[in-house]
Design a protein around this ligand. Structure first.
Ligand code: NAD
Length: 456
């Protein structure tokens, strides 16, 4: 004030110039442009004509189906919601109503009570596939079993009108196989929502081998209408997000048997900025989901090394917050995670049984192993063309997995610390007893050698 306006302007400029060069500023700009870049697809021109989407069908009114339907109701679009049995349908409708009432109560989304009724009136509940015949887009959210998906897609193929888009919300199943259950694989795509689907911004749009370009363009445009950040992924096990998170969790489990306890790991990565550490996240989703994936890995990739410590937890019947017990203990109706002596004792006993002498692991190593495991898998995803640009991977992690926005996502983080340092850390961890996961991806090696970056 005392020094005058001109001096004030100069001071403001000095501050601006200092701040604009910080990694945090760069990360926020990266997120801003990354979101826009995600909508640009190299082989699909932006003026590609799209299909008209007015009527939506959702198959399955469970956790995901209900949340998915809410996205369209919120955009004033009507939804035909299909279930196999009346009680499942009633349960699904009651959950949607409860979610809306909750939003109205807490003022989230500024939803007024009268709007709840308006939204609910846009749902047409049904038990008959015939009622989906007029839908332009039908999204399937039934059980994660290929045989159930097959049954549903064969039925949809029979009744859907020509030109209708058939979308799957499957998490880990092969979209090309699902498309092959129909006589119109060009109309089949994956819309992979994240839970809770009415809240999470991320939508992975998975293009199958035969997905039509206009189908892809239509879904990308629709995603904007329902206010999602859509990122295109190719077909692979877990797509972009879950494929990477599997490696991150694998490291977390290795560290448990090597010497740390869940609370230390969660605390370290939350201090780094993640919304939630791997164990609190696993408790929220239910540890049984990871168990099902691991059992499949043991069968399909018997040479892949995995710590079995999480299996012990499942064998103890601890399946997540929903059972009141998992990596942590939970009081009924509360979400506060309290470290569990039983679990911590089980982990220490597991190490002893495996002949592992537990060692102290610092927060730096915890964070490095978790974040760089994402980077290494992300690099492989880029090499394979499953993601076409590094910023797409960053957008997946910023909008779907609670990666700190101000760090810009795993690939930008790798750029920030430098690929030379990333590779060096990977080689260091490769020498440890659980080093099997640390062979640096070819893309990491190339960029380290050429002083390159993922995000150019
Ligand atoms: N829960 C998550 O966090 C999550 C996240 C992303 C994707 N997904 C995927 O979404 C899909 C659904 O998962 P969910 O968690 O909602 O499961 P869920 O068990 O809560 O719901 C599935 C619903 O589908 C119904 N259903 C089963 N067969 C049917 C059929 N033939 N016709 C109509 N309805 C049928 C069931 O009655 C049930 O209500 C799965 O493929 C899952 O992998 C789940």
């Amino acid at each position: 004030m005392k020094e005058g306006f001109e001096r004030g302007l100069a001071f403001e400029r000095e501050c601006f110039l200092a701040l604009v060069q910080t990694p945090e500023s760069r990360a926020l700009r990266h997120a801003f442009f990354g979101e826009r870049a995600a909508g640009k697809i190299a082989d699909v021109p932006s003026n590609k004509p799209v299909r008209k989407i007015e009527r939506i069908g959702v198959v399955g009114a469970g956790t995901m189906g209900g949340g998915i339907a809410m996205n369209f109701l919120n955009a004033d679009m009507s939804v035909v919601l299909l279930e196999t049995k009346q009680d499942a349908l009633d349960r699904g409708l009651a959950t949607i109503r409860r979610n809306y009432n909750y939003e109205a109560q807490v003022g989230k989304g500024k939803l007024m009570q009268e709007k709840v009724e308006e939204r609910m009136a846009l749902i047409r509940p049904t038990l008959s596939f015939g009622d989906l015949a007029q839908a332009n887009l039908i999204i399937e959210a039934v059980f994660e079993e290929l045989s159930v998906k097959e049954q549903v897609f064969r039925q949809l193929d029979e009744i859907a009108k020509p030109g209708a888009i058939l979308a799957s919300n499957a998490s880990m199943l092969d979209l090309n196989k699902i498309a092959s259950f129909t006589k119109r694989p060009g109309d089949v795509i994956s819309m992979h929502f994240f839970s809770p689907a009415n809240v999470m911004k991320l939508l992975e749009v998975v293009r199958g081998e035969q997905t039509g370009k206009d189908v892809l363009a239509t879904i990308m445009q629709l995603a904007k209408k329902i206010k999602k950040t859509a990122v295109v992924s190719g077909v692979c096990d877990g797509f972009i997000g879950n494929r990477m998170i599997e490696q991150y969790i694998r490291q977390a489990l290795f560290m448990l048997e090597e010497g740390v306890l869940p609370a230390q790991i969660d605390r370290a990565i939350e201090k780094f900025g993640f919304a939630m550490g791997p164990f609190r996240m696993s408790d929220l989703a239910g540890n049984d989901i990871g168990w099902a994936i691991r059992k499949r890995r043991y069968r399909e990739q018997p040479d892949l090394r995995y710590s079995r410590v999480a299996d012990r937890l499942c064998e103890m019947g601890r399946f997540g917050q929903k059972t009141g017990a998992d990596w942590y203990d939970y009081q009924p109706g509360k979400r506060d995670a309290a470290p569990s002596k039983r679990v911590d004792d089980m982990i220490v006993a597991y190490s002893a049984e495996q002949g592992i002498s537990r060692r102290r692991i610092g927060d730096k190593e915890i964070v490095e192993r978790l974040v760089l495991s994402l980077v290494n898998e992300g690099a492989k995803i880029l090499e394979e063309g499953v993601a076409t640009k590094a910023s797409d991977i960053d957008m997946v992690y910023l909008t779907g997995y609670g990666f700190p926005l101000w760090r810009g996502g795993p690939m930008l983080y790798a750029d920030t610390i430098g690929l030379y340092n990333v590779e060096r850390a990977m080689r260091k961890y490769a020498k440890q007893p659980n080093g099997c996961a640390w062979q640096p991806a070819a893309r990491v090696r190339e960029l380290a050698a050429s002083d390159g970056r993922f995000n150019v």
